[in-house]
Design a protein around this ligand. Sequence first.
Ligand code: ZN
Length: 420
Amino acid sequence: MSLLLKNCRFVITQDKARKVLEKIDVLVEGNIISKIGKKLAGDEVIDCSRSLVMPGLINTHTHISMTKLRGVADDCVLEEFLEKTYEIDSKLKEKDVYEGALLGCLESIKYGTTCFNDLYYFEDEIAKAAVELGLRANLAWACLDKEMTTQKGDPVNNCEAFVKRWQGKNELVTPEVGIQGVYVTNSETYARAKGLSEKYDVNVHTHLSETRKEVYDCVKQTGKRPVELLDGIGLLSKRVTAAHCVWLTKPEMNILAKCSVNVSHNPTSNLKLSSGGLAPVPELLERGVNVSLGTDSCASNNNLDLCKEMKLAAMLHANAKWDSRLIPAQTALDMATINGAKALGINAGSIEEGKLADILIVNLDKPNLAPINNLISNIVYSMNGNDVDSVIINGKVIMHERKVKNEEKIIQNQTSASLM
Ligand SMILES: [Zn+2]
């Protein structure tokens, strides 16, 4: 069974040359983009003559089940935010995590996200929800010190059991090792988590240098800044995706570059939690660090629309440094697509023959997307997630003309976090 995207008005390929193709067909066979060319034939055909075809967006940092916590801790200081979210978090049962994950996966798909990188516990529930909706998911079970968690048992053992259960089990799910952050992880826990990632050859997903307090506390306790600490224990490598990285010194940026660490930039979450600084994204890019984009959770965002993160990433740094050339629209789009795929080690992020068929179709007959003076600018500065009409993940049409299977049921079944 093949799927033909017929006569695409534009294809933003995100290939090496960043080519944009016009009036061309894209053929999907199985879960792969098998051919791009003229006059192709396929079993199932979608007319794309009024549409743009582009790679799916990749969210490299989220806690998808916390979509349930949307709006529970707004307009308050960080300590109060942490207290409120921790209190609800500690009461969550497996079924709540599953229910929240279904909602988060649904929202992600409707905004054109085709893969997300999660950091949480009860990740089996999240895997179940992602598979049910057909969304690609890299799932990291959070390791932290036993005495600092609400998880039952030893978090590192829980993580290992999760990796064993899901490695090679489903095409959509890639298990990872999660590490909450330096503030709840001692050197023994770090060593064990690192051991797991090496033993099973899986990625590591962690928070890093999100707040100034975290950095100061780390220096007080260990004499080292967080990046130096992690470098010292040999954790940093290309397997690692580190979320936030707001408070970095230049030597720390050099370490991240030297170790090929992937940074997930989460501009909305950083702004909303008002933690002051701004991740030094232009300086990281200058050093060749692979920077991608994340929404963080709905408790601190309060949505999962990566289009908003693209636009903010392009504008925030320009404004802070008085230089609108710093992160051009093309770079912001790279961060949301090809850079995300590189961070997560998935063969996606571009429309090229041989790549996974994770594809968006956007009908361009919309007032906010016309006229087309600069297509990439329209995507980064004018498009929002709701402009995505159809989503293909792993070769399957998951959303067609904005309809996703069971969406009303998923929304209506949500219980409010305040009732838990
Ligand atoms: Zn986070």
